[in-house]
Ligand binder design. Structure first.
Ligand SMILES: NC(=O)C1=CN([C@@H]2O[C@H](COP(=O)(O)OP(=O)(O)OC[C@H]3O[C@@H](n4cnc5c(N)ncnc54)[C@H](O)[C@@H]3O)[C@@H](O)[C@H]2O)[C@@H](O)CC1
Ligand SMILES: [K+]
Length: 635
């Protein structure tokens, strides 16, 4: 039976927001290969179509383009060879640089038939019809020539390694990547997508950029950042996780029709529809109490503003009420801006702790001025969480968000109903207090590894902030649940943004108090949903389309023309190429909190099928319009 439009939309959403490990990808491919489905040819056709679109959008004539294919010895090279054969068949000038000792035979035959030429860089290469360098001197000369050739090309197709990469690139692929791409670290360029190929050849990565670690999402050595990555069949973790996802450019997913229903993804990405399902709709019999109450122990005698910002976000986050606990002068400040606030303790459905509260060290350094009781209250609430666990009654007390100054007050053991929201430096301190030896830079370089480790060591749900934010926690299985959200502009890295985030998470938890009591695995989704809303609010406030991560465009190999149309639509306002976007304007944290109700309203009304309303507000020139007009937020 043909799937309904809703089923198709759902399948595409799963495809775009779920990443599977290299092993799982192979298990998904296998039944197709067993049935003789020519996946490689389909992959290659899709690659050639995307290459065509990239060149055309950059103002070039594909039939006259100079294309260099960097081809490894594996099937990733095979994909590239067949694609290049297609492009050469249409007139492009194609040179293949073989980076291994052999090439995929079928791909090579096709390429040669289409008039492509092959250069081998490895003296031990045995490639029919192609001479290998005779010694190290000639090999190094050939390597230099290949680098020059690449630099002068219109398009580089990077097919050195895909899911078969083991460890960091070595040998010739490493040398090429170091010359043409990066030896380590991230490229020094703005977060917003710039027009592809502006400062050199366009780069199209086959399946994954060569050199990124597929399952961990790290950059273990040299790699080539891509303008566009065309990935086959399903998303891989490296295309969603920081830092590797930052170097994939625009992602295009070729839909082979894999059946992923039996697999739990390694990484999932929070998205508008799932977020909508986690927001509690107000009911006719609601009271301010039934909609959830957030308690905040944030702000301090030393830092007043964080108390206000976290309160502002919590009060704007779809709850019935907030209670603020803290120094009188901060309470007064909050009341001036948020007269709805109730001061002092009482029944709450979630706690937000520690934003704007000094660490022990900072408080000691401040002397008597820093003494305000906030840390004692936080320690008390956190210790109750630990006691609940000891008494086997984990849900006895409300869930907690522990930020900043709460992070050095954690008891030894916490449960998933406590969310920790460290930045990289705080994460390193947290890990070190549990016996690891790591600094903030190492956390940034291997965020998944360290977030998983922090989750194992503390038992808590971990949110690690970044342009792509990572959430790791309990999944009820032997593997952790890993979610990302890269939705939101890099403008969000501004003072107070974290305070707004902690308040937003608190609101998300309070409105879901009941479901959380029954199911702690919801904590990851709710935390990621709050981060998603925080990003969306940032986008609305900044009026731009720039995001840390964008959902892949889906390429249906049976309908290549649809893709060309999709891309044309995707880029209409700027017309600057597949990865064009526009940057919006700088924002302050308070503006993010103030945009939160609008973000929530948009997400909720869309879920109820009120698409027309949003479209109308776009046409009416509402300031959300630019953002939604061409966003791939919805499916
Ligand atoms: N099996 C199939 O028919 C399909 C395969 N596909 C493609 O095949 C790829 C996987 O192919 P393979 O399993 O052959 O693996 P790859 O082609 O991804 O990688 C294997 C090659 O990489 C080299 N290599 C591995 N680690 C290296 C390192 N550290 N430094 C330098 N070189 C290194 C190996 O020597 C070998 O030449 C996918 O990424 C995808 O592009 C897709 O086309 C889907 C269909
Ligand atoms: K590749």
């Amino acid at each position: 039976m043909k799937p309904s439009p809703d089923e198709r939309r759902e399948a595409r959403r799963t495809l775009a927001t779920s990443a599977y490990s290299a092993d799982m990808i192979r298990s998904l491919e296998q039944p197709f290969l067993d049935d003789g489905v020519p996946l490689m040819r389909i992959a290659a056709g899709s690659l050639a179509s995307v290459a065509d679109v990239m060149l055309t959008q950059a103002g070039m004539e594909p039939a006259e383009a100079r294309i260099v294919l960097l081809a490894g010895a594996g099937n990733n090279g095979g994909d590239g060879l067949y694609a290049s054969a297609d492009l050469a068949g249409h007139g492009a000038d194609v040179t293949v640089v073989a980076t291994g000792r052999s090439l995929h035979q079928g791909g090579l035959d096709a390429l040669l038939r289409a008039g492509g030429v092959v250069t081998a860089l490895d003296p031990q290469a045995a490639i029919p019809g192609c001479e290998a360098p005779t010694g190290p001197d000639q090999a190094s000369e050939e390597l230099d020539q290949a680098v020059d050739l690449c630099r002068q090309a219109d398009l580089i197709i990077d097919a050195m390694t895909g899911i078969g990469l083991k460890g960091a690139l070595r040998g010739i692929p490493a040398a090429l990547a170091a010359e043409l791409g990066m030896e380590s670290g991230l490229p020094d360029r703005p977060a917003w997508h710039y027009p592809a190929g502006q400062n050199g050849p366009l780069v199209l990565a086959v399946d994954t950029p060569s050199g990124v670690d597929i399952d961990e999402g790290t950059l273990p050595g040299a790699y080539i950042p891509a303008d566009v990555t065309v990935t086959m069949g399903a998303m891989k973790p490296c295309l969603m996780l920081p830092p590797s996802a930052y170097v994939c450019g625009r992602i295009v997913l070729v839909d082979f029709g894999f059946d992923t229903s039996a697999l739990v993804p390694s990484v999932s990405c929070m998205n508008a529809e799932d977020c909508a399902g986690l927001l509690r709709a107000p009911r006719v019999d609601d009271t301010k109490y039934s909609r959830g109450v957030v308690g905040l122990v944030t702000g301090s005698a030393l830092y007043h503003g964080a108390g206000l910002l976290s309160s502002r976000a919590a009060a704007s986050g779809n709850v019935g009420m907030i209670r603020y606990c803290g120094p009188e002068q901060v309470g007064n400040l909050i009341l001036q801006e948020l007269p709805e606030t109730v001061l002092g303790r009482g029944r709450v459905e979630s706690w937000v702790l520690g934003s704007g509260v000094p660490t022990r060290q900072a408080q000691e350094a401040a002397g008597p001025e820093g003494q305000d009781g906030q840390r004692d209250l936080i320690a008390d609430i956190l210790n109750r969480q630990a006691a609940d666990l000891d008494e086997d009654d984990a849900a006895a007390d409300p869930p907690v968000v522990a930020d900043a100054g709460a992070l050095d007050l954690l008891p030894d053991r916490l449960g998933p109903r406590t969310v920790l929201t460290p930045h990289a430096g705080e994460m390193a301190a947290l890990l070190n207090s549990h016996g690891e030896n790591v600094d903030g830079d190492q956390v940034m370089a291997e965020p998944l590894r360290w977030a998983v480790r922090a989750c194992q060591l503390t038992g808590a749900t971990i949110l690690l902030k970044g342009a792509i934010t990572l959430v790791v926690g309990e999944d009820g299985t032997d593997r952790p649940r890993v979610m990302t959200t890269g939705f939101g502009p890099a403008w969000l890295s501004t003072a107070g943004s974290g305070d707004v985030l902690s308040g937003t998470i608190g609101a998300m938890l309070a409105q879901n108090a009941g479901p959380i009591q029954d199911d702690a695995t919801l904590m990851v989704d709710l935390t990621a949903a709050a981060a998603f809303l925080h990003g969306l609010a940032g986008s609305l406030a900044s009026g731009g389309r720039q995001t840390g991560w964008e959902q892949p465009l889906i390429f249906d190999p049976r309908k290549p023309q649809d893709f060309a149309d999709l891309v044309a639509e995707d880029n209409q306002p700027e017309g600057q190429g597949v990865v064009a976007g526009h940057m919006g304007q700088p924002i302050r944290a308070g503006q993010v909190a103030d945009a939160l109700p609008r973000a929530i309203g948009l997400v909720m009304s869309r879920a109820e099928g009120a698409a027309e309303q949003i479209d109308q507000s776009i046409q009416d020139g509402d300031d959300a319009s630019q953002f939604f007009e061409n966003s791939s937020l919805w499916f």
